[in-house]
Structures are given as structure tokens and as C-alpha cells.
Design a protein. Structure first.
Length: 317
């Protein structure tokens, strides 16, 4: 009888151990990897269906007026700028020119979406005619040079490059030097910058994405450390553009930190006090002979075109 009782206690103890271990594993690892975005957001980085130019329930800015006719430039760009160029397409194109079926734009649609990397490749390859993106990476510029294409970058507005931490992270502000220190690995623990005694885990984006290219420019000669194996032991810090966080993502689990004590607000972008401001660009092929390309560009830079940019949530020129 005593032997059976010991066996029962041993089994219960073993089961309890695995339950506790499973719970700890879920909290420390699995729960941190769960993707709570919609399938569309996960696949495309933006919920395109919510920002289509001619949908009744859309998040774009709708203005009406004379349309462009004839040879229409194909428009593409970055996820964070999709609501902007979708608004321009609504204003300048007829509804019949945009074809979105089964969650994707058709090959004969005048509006397409391939995100930053695909957009830069597409404009070099002649798939698109105008793209809206951050500044291209050196690889993207080299690809254009190899293909004999010269890109023309026209600034259309300004945006804050921001740094993100978990909303429970006690750090609210970092200097530019501290940020470079964390991402280069020189600063390894959050308590070195006024936070908790936790490992700093810097995240990175895919090569060629607009935010990764901007981050590499911000880092200068310093390389971003790869601390993947330590990520689940520490507190993460990532980077993006302000509108993507405030306007498209809107996750309550993260916060944008101040840089040099200045928050990345729209007002602080306008008055120039936020220290890391990037231009956003309308990119075309230099020497494009389609007159509608110039018409489209002129509209974006017009008073009404800049109003659209501002109403979407960016800072105009």
C-alpha cells in the first residue's frame, strides 16, 4: 500500500512539474511569439482591404475632382504609405482602373502593392511607374545601376523614425548614443540606461525594407548585433516609422520612446525638435516620357496633394 501511495505521489509530482514547466514555457516563450495580427496584416504588413481607394468603408482620404486619362502610371509602394498613395489613386483615377480580387491586385490594375523591396525592384523592372517609399538601400541602388535605370527621388513629406519597447518596459527615453549602444551590443542590460535588470534584445527588420535601411543609416559605421538566442530572456527594442505604429498597427502592447527627451509626435516632427526625421519619397524613373507621370507628381506636391498627406497622418513639406 505504501509503495502504491509513493508511486501516486511521484506521478502527481511529475505531472505537476510538467504543468508548471509548460506554464513557464508559455509565459516566457510561446506567448511572446504569438502573432495576434490578422492574417492580412501578417502577410502584407498592412490591411489593404481597409484602405482600398474605392471601397465604401475605407480609411483613406477621399477628395473628388478631375481624373487623369490615357496611359495611367502604375502606383506601388511601402506598407506604411499605402493609405497615402491609395488616397491619391482615388482622387486621380477612375474606379475601373483598380482591380483587387481575392485579396490581391490583378496584373492589369493601375494600383498594386509589393512593399518596399518589391516596389523598388518593380520600378526598375518597369512593372510600376511611381512608388512611394523611404530612401532606397545601397543594394537597391546597385540593382538599378546594373539595369541601367536612374531613379529620381522626390521628397513629399516628413516622418519620424521611432524606437519601440514593450509598454511594461520602465524606460521612456533614450539618447541617440544609448540607442546605438544597445543595437551595437555595447550596452547589454537595461539597467545600464535606467531600466530593469534585464537583457537588451535589439530586433531587426528584413534587409531592403525601408525601416532597416533607415536604421542602418542611423547606426553609421556600427553594426547591429545579433542576439537572437537571448531574446526570450530579455526585453526587446525595435524600430519603425511613427505612422506605421500609430496609424496602421495600433498595438496597445508597445510604446514609442522619446529620443534625447523628445517624443516623436507630429508637432515635434513639424517643429524639428525630434532628432530622427526621415523624408518620404515619390520615386520615378528618370527620363520617363509618360506625361501622366509628371501630372501625378505635380498633384502630390500641390496644395491639395499635401493636404491629403497631412490628413492621412504624415507631415507635409
Amino acid at each position: 500500500m505504501k509503495k502504491i501511495t509513493k508511486q501516486i505521489f511521484a506521478i502527481v509530482g511529475l505531472v505537476s512539474f510538467f504543468v508548471a514547466f509548460d506554464g513557464l514555457f508559455y509565459v516566457s516563450l510561446t506567448n511572446r511569439c504569438i502573432n495576434d495580427f490578422s492574417p492580412e496584416m501578417s502577410a502584407k504588413s498592412v490591411e489593404i482591404s481597409k484602405f482600398l481607394p474605392f471601397s465604401d468603408e475605407t480609411g483613406i482620404v477621399k477628395k473628388e475632382g478631375e481624373k487623369i486619362t490615357g496611359n495611367l502610371p502604375v502606383i506601388d509602394g511601402a506598407a506604411a504609405l499605402f493609405p497615402v498613395f491609395s488616397s491619391y489613386v482615388h482622387r486621380l483615377y477612375e474606379e475601373s482602373t483598380v482591380k483587387y480580387v481575392g485579396g490581391n491586385f490583378s496584373s492589369d490594375s493601375s494600383l498594386i502593392y509589393n512593399n518596399t523591396r518589391g516596389a523598388y525592384k518593380g520600378i526598375v523592372d518597369g512593372i510600376s511607374d511611381i512608388i512611394f517609399c523611404a530612401r532606397p538601400s545601397s543594394d537597391q541602388l546597385n540593382y538599378a545601376k546594373e539595369k541601367g535605370v536612374e531613379l529620381e527621388l522626390t521628397p513629399i513629406g516628413h516622418e519620424a523614425f521611432v524606437f519601440l519597447v514593450n509598454s511594461k518596459n520602465s524606460v521612456d527615453s533614450l539618447t541617440e548614443g544609448q540607442i546605438r549602444g544597445i543595437f551595437s551590443g555595447r550596452i547589454k542590460m537595461w539597467n545600464e540606461v535606467g531600466g530593469d535588470y534585464r537583457i537588451c534584445y535589439p530586433l531587426r527588420r528584413n534587409e531592403g525594407s525601408g525601416s532597416q535601411t533607415t536604421m542602418e543609416k542611423f547606426m553609421g559605421d556600427e553594426k547591429i548585433v545579433d542576439r537572437t538566442l537571448l531574446g526570450f530572456l530579455g526585453q526587446s527594442i525595435g524600430f519603425s516609422f511613427r505612422y506605421y505604429v500609430e496609424g496602421l498597427n495600433q498595438s496597445s502592447g508597445v510604446k514609442m520612446i522619446s529620443v534625447n527627451g523628445v517624443s516623436p509626435s507630429k508637432d515635434n516632427i513639424k517643429n524639428g525638435t525630434y532628432p530622427i526625421i526621415s523624408d518620404i519619397y515619390m520615386v520615378t524613373r528618370k527620363g520617363d516620357t509618360n506625361p501622366n507621370v509628371e501630372l501625378f507628381k505635380n498633384y502630390v506636391l500641390s496644395e491639395e496633394g499635401q493636404e491629403i498627406l497631412e490628413e492621412v497622418g504624415y507631415v507635409g513639406l
